[in-house]
Design a protein around this ligand. Sequence first.
Ligand code: ADP
Ligand code: ASP
Ligand code: MG
Length: 469
Amino acid sequence: MKKIVMKFGGTSVATGENIRRVANIVAGSVEKDRRVVVVVSALSGVTNQLVEEAEQAKKKDEKQIQEFTKNLVDKHMAVAAKAIMNAGIRKEVAQVIEKTVDELEKVLTGICYVGELTPQSKDYVMSFGERLSAPIVWGALRDLKLQTGCFTGKEAGIVTDANFGEARPLMNVTTHQVKMRLEPLIEKKVTPVVTGYIAATQDGVVTTLGRGGSDYTATILSVALAADEVWIWTDVDGIMTADPKIVPSAKMLPELSYGEAAEMAIFGAKAMHPSALEPVIEARIPVRIRNVFNPENHGTLIADGQEAKSAEVVKAVAMIRDVAMINLKGAAMVGAPGSYSKVFDVMGKNNINIMMVSTAVSEANISLVIRRSLLGRALSTLEIALLGRGLVNEITSEDDVCVIAAMGANMKGTLGVASRIFTAMAQKRINIRMIAQGSSELNISFVVKENDGEAAVRAIHKEFKLDQI
Ligand code: ADP
Ligand code: ASP
Ligand code: MG
């Protein structure tokens, strides 16, 4: 008897029809005597709408908020109507949707009156997408006569730190609680449906695990429950040599090591949350990425001892959007011990993650890449802390850039990879703004203008003949 945690992404639950597909996949697995835990994302696009509404709420009035919540109810009711055939179950789910949206309306109205959105209240608002989608999936499973129960991440027992927006699980307490709450059900062949993405602090305050965090929920639960496998169901066949939306001829990678997959997740292959592999690496639980629209395909297997098989060292290429580059200049930085640490210290203390760094020995300058949404905060904190203090005399930034990352094991030991990449860029007349070779030996990343990003991905894909692997 295998225990499998299955996570279904936003597109997999975007419509009533898709949710029936999901329910059939789960029911098919339970029929084969597998024990399944289901993790669900918000309906496609809903989390984005919630962020926007949360950020706008302080400028809105009650009527506008009611309009938003009404649309949200309508959207979920329409999906539920198609996903669930049994009228009784549908009514029960409808009541849950209405009650949940009532609560959301109160929260948004509160933000509107107080005129302030804290990271804590933002997470609370963002938790509603999954709180609305999970009951529909639960209803669809009941419709197929499965025994099931519906849980928020908090109810399932996932506990995190209080780093709102990007919370991290506290694995010991989480494992203890999840085991206590879900295991007895699983043993009785009940299929729990758990909201992805959301959890709570030890005091019960709602947190989120970062965008795309439902993947993380799935791997956290798999470790807590000592599952045999995690299946991440999405809208593509698996992890591919590039985003198929940019390179239609991209090929699926049937096997990847944890290291390779983690590198790809960190570097933008949106197919997975960057931290999602952390819990399963130690526990050695294999992860499969599979396509709900093509369930016959076995997808990409990420496991110990697996490795992408390819004659080339470069196995995949990704484009990371929504980033910005900051350049700091100052002659005094040269030969001044501790000068870089001041820069990193300022960023770290302000909770701004640095994704890439590059420095030049001769010119006294340092370039950093960060998330674009943090640029304003990063610039103002750097200016306050560093400008006019004798170390840095110029701070500039570019917000129309992206990172291109070429990935693959054994890259470091192979000569000529960088030269092939950069020749390919030169041939396309793509200007490179900054370069960093990851010390992990697994990737070379560089910054180009966002407008050149897709062409850069295609050029590297072609140079390393990735459509032929
Ligand atoms: P979900 O809603 O299921 O979590 P995501 O949108 O987070 O789905 O991730 C799936 C998408 O990731 C795909 O539709 C694809 O366009 C994109 N993607 C980007 N890079 C890759 C890659 N290397 N392999 C597969 N998918 C990728
Ligand atoms: N709904 C959340 C998001 O869009 C989490 C997820 O889909 O994995 O980021
Ligand atoms: Mg995702």
